[in-house]
Structures are given as C-alpha cells and as structure tokens.
Design a protein around this ligand. Structure first.
Ligand SMILES: [Zn+2]
Length: 391
C-alpha cells in the first residue's frame, strides 16, 4: 500500500530541521503536519499567534475564517496585520502574512467567517478547528459545529489579564464548551462588544498555547488539554489546570441533548467577552458563613479554598489565621481581576463588616464563589482558636 503522507523536499527538511531533531516528531511527524489541515476561526488577537505558529510549523493546509476588516485598534495585538493592511479584509491581510512566513503551505481564505449555514461543510474539510473568536455566540456555534462534525476544537479566550485554554474533543470522550458554560451570561451582566480591554501580549500567550495544542493533536504527542481547562493570570504569572468532566446534562453532548442540529436562530449575537466563572459544584455559594463552617471548609479542601484577610497590616500583626492571604481593603480593587476563579474565596476582617463589603464588591466583579466569614477574626478567636489575641 502506498504511503499516503507527502514527502518533504530538501528545502522543507532544512526549514523544519529543529522539529525533525525532536525524536517525538522526526521526519514522520513533520510529514503528518504537511498532510494536516487546520482551520483558525478569527484572524484576531488569538488567531494571529496561533496561525503564525501553525504556518511556520508546516501545517500543510491552513484555513483562516474571518468576516471582519482590519481596524487601527486591532494592531495593538493582532500581529497578522500591520499598518499597511488597515481597512483590508482580515483574511486577505492574514493570508499574505502567512504565505510570506511559509511558502510551502496552502493558505485558504474564508472571507465569510463561520455561519450556521455552512459551518458543518466547512469544518468537514479540516482535521482540527482552532477557535480564536471573541464572543459567546461564535464560541457556541464553533463548539456545536465541531461536535456535530466530530472534529477536535482548540478553545481559547482572553479577558483583560486572564486567559483560558482547553480542547473540546467528543471523539475522545471529552467535554464540550457547553459542559463548561451551558448558556451565555444574561445580557447587561457583562461588558458590551468592544468595551473590554485586553493586554496584547496575553493574546500571544493564549494563542501560542492553542497552536501548541493543535500541533500535539496533529502529531499525536503529549497529553492534549482534553477534559482539562487551563487558566492563566498574567498579573500573577499563574497557571492553573482544572479537571473538566463531561456533563451528562449538557444540552449538546449530554445523554438527553436538546440541541440536535445547527439553526441560525440559536446563535444570536450576545455582546459579551468576559469569561464566566466555571461552575465548581451544584450548590450556590452562600453570601455569609460562620467561623465554624469556614474552618470546616478550610480543613476539608485546603487547595480549593482561599482565605483572604482584608484587615490592615497592623491588625494582622496583632493576630492572624495561618494560611490567610492578606489584601487590605483599599487594595482589593487592584486585585479584583487577579484572584483565582477556581477556588472558593472566604473573606475575613475584624468583625465581618469590611469583609462583607468586599464580598459584595467581588460578586459585582463577576466572582460567584466568594463568601464572607461572619464575626471575623474576633469570632474565630472566640470559637476556633483561643490562643489568638483579641483586640
Ligand atoms: Zn457538552
């Protein structure tokens, strides 16, 4: 039987030599890449680094889907485009750059982006879909189309200083985007389209991670992020990986799905870019709990619960609970987007008043897993640890 993989010319062997030197890739892996087809949806902040790395890596067919044109506020992070491409369709600008990066690959322009009408036919032509879109309606459409087409979807999103990456691959038994976020946030609860800021270099981190996941899927090396959600905070330089199980009640990939086909009406635009907080359990988090309950939670799940002490430094010197992170009240707004969203935040002060205000403030900032400790450290000293000095 003939080898179906394309052979590589001497020029290609030289170009890809630093890949080929990796035992896990070698010539065989590089030929797999040459035979592979990846669709990058969105030639923006995430699609730029993802597509550039996939092109340079020698992915044989690289599709770029985007209906938009290059605007000046894109250039702060969308490195596929430059000042000379202002006003051009993004796919045209992107294709020019990608062909210049690697003339050995085929770049396919999809100037209509992805719509419910043609998504299934479009995805059928590709091996892996990379989602670089920045809004919920597109993410749900890409997710559902990839599920129905049986293609792995490399998901990424950014908001201000936070990013997320995962691989949704039902063919490997993994969850989908709707297992993570069953429905979009309510209109008005999140910033409108174009209103949210993002640190440009953060897109480079997340988009590059998406390219990396795609290359792993195509060559079969390593452990893809299937069933895991990687979260990243740029200010803290903090990566977390959460296990992401398939949800049997998922409206798409669950046991009794309510979504059984793509319909244009199902993907009305929702102007929202903030990543919703991943669900941590079936129960809602109470606004306030007792010191006894707080102690029980901290003992039961030390890595899933973060105790935040919002008192002033001089108060902390008088008495403090071991393991608490000190963030004085006045510094909370500066930390409002860098606190972990995958941990239950317990907020404490002296008597529970300041910490209740902080709890309500953080909830208004989109944190759902945040709870005030009623009575504060004074109640803690009285009921939990009598060795603490009271003041
Ligand atoms: Zn699902």
């Amino acid at each position: 039987m003939a080898d179906p993989l394309p052979s590589l010319s001497p020029a290609e062997l030289a170009r890809y030599s630093r890949h080929i030197l990796l035992g896990e890739i070698g010539v065989a892996g590089q030929r797999k890449l040459a035979a592979s087809r990846v669709l990058v949806v969105g030639a923006g902040g995430l699609g730029s680094p993802a597509a550039l790395y996939l092109a340079a890596a020698g992915v044989g067919t690289l599709g770029i889907a985007d209906f938009d044109r290059v605007a000046d506020h894109n250039l702060q992070r969308q490195l596929l485009h430059d000042t000379a491409s202002l006003g051009e369709p993004k796919v045209v600008s992107a294709a020019r750059r990608l062909r210049a990066t690697n003339p050995f690959i085929r770049v396919v322009e999809h100037a209509d982006g992805v719509t419910a009408d043609h998504a299934l036919a479009l995805f059928a032509d590709y091996d892996v879909i990379v989602d670089g879109t920045d809004n919920f309606s597109s993410r749900y459409l890409n997710n559902d189309a990839a599920y129905f087409a049986g293609k792995p979807l490399v998901y990424g999103s950014v908001f201000k200083f936070d990013g997320q990456v995962s691989v949704f691959d039902s063919t490997r038994g993994g969850p989908c985007y709707r297992c993570l976020f069953p429905s979009p946030p309510a209109a008005g609860s999140v910033p409108g389209c174009g209103e949210a800021g993002v640190l440009g270099a953060l897109c480079g981190v997340i988009g590059s991670l998406q390219a990396l996941e795609a290359l792993k899927l195509l060559t079969g090396i390593g452990q893809p992020l299937t069933g895991r959600l990687l979260t990243y905070n740029a200010l803290a330089q903090d990566f977390h990986t959460l296990t992401l199980p398939r949800d049997p009640t998922c409206p798409l990939c669950g046991t009794a799905p309510s979504i059984t086909s793509l319909s244009a009406a199902g993907y009305a635009p929702v102007c929202a870019t903030i990543p919703p907080t991943p669900p941590m359990s079936d129960t809602d988090y109470p606004l306030e709990i007792s010191v006894t309950e707080a102690k029980r939670l901290l003992d039961q799940s030390p890595s899933g619960v973060l105790l935040i002490d919002v008192r002033e430094p001089y108060e902390v010197e008088i008495a403090s609970v071991r393991g608490a992170e000190t963030i004085p009240l006045g510094q909370i707004p500066a930390h409002a987007h860098s606190l972990p969203r995958d941990e239950h935040l317990l907020v404490m002060c002296h008597h529970g008043g300041r910490s209740l205000r902080v709890t309500e403030y953080l909830r208004a900032q989109g944190y759902t897993a945040v709870t005030n400790i009623a009575g504060g450290i004074d109640a803690w000293a009285e009921q939990i640890d009598p060795t603490l000095r009271r003041y």
